[in-house]
Design a protein around this ligand. Structure first.
Ligand code: FES
Length: 110
């Protein structure tokens, strides 16, 4: 189950590491990813804010949106869509397993 097609799953956090409303910046296979827990679901996004490159993994969840720490753009953590502009952040599959939170990256990106 760990690898399928051109995707490869990477462990991003321990099971208890990402609490509800938590945001974590992770280095996975050479790229930075922001991992989020919201309403019991996990989401993973490119760490780089499309505005000016702010570190989304150092942002926070407010009203269900991931807020960039630099200028406050808000992104849906599951779709990557910005609430106020047409900017979009790349998103990746994320899931909780018994031994941690996993994120799938394209093998070509890994
Ligand atoms: S860099 Fe994220 S809002 Fe400006």
């Amino acid at each position: 189950m760990s690898d399928a097609g051109d995707q490869q799953w990477h462990k991003a956090a321990e099971p208890e590491e990402l609490a509800e409303g938590g945001v974590k910046m992770c280095a996975l296979a050479g790229r930075m990813v922001a991992v989020v827990c919201h309403e019991g679901r996990y989401a993973a996004l490119d760490n780089r804010c499309p505005h000016m490159g702010g570190p989304l993994g150092q942002g926070s969840i407010e009203a269900g949106l991931l807020v960039c720490p630099w200028h406050g753009r808000e992104f849906d953590p599951f779709t990557g869509e910005c609430a106020t502009t047409t900017e979009t952040v790349e998103t990746f599959p994320a899931e909780a397993r018994e031994d941690g939170i996993y994120v799938a990256l394209q093998k070509s990106e890994a």
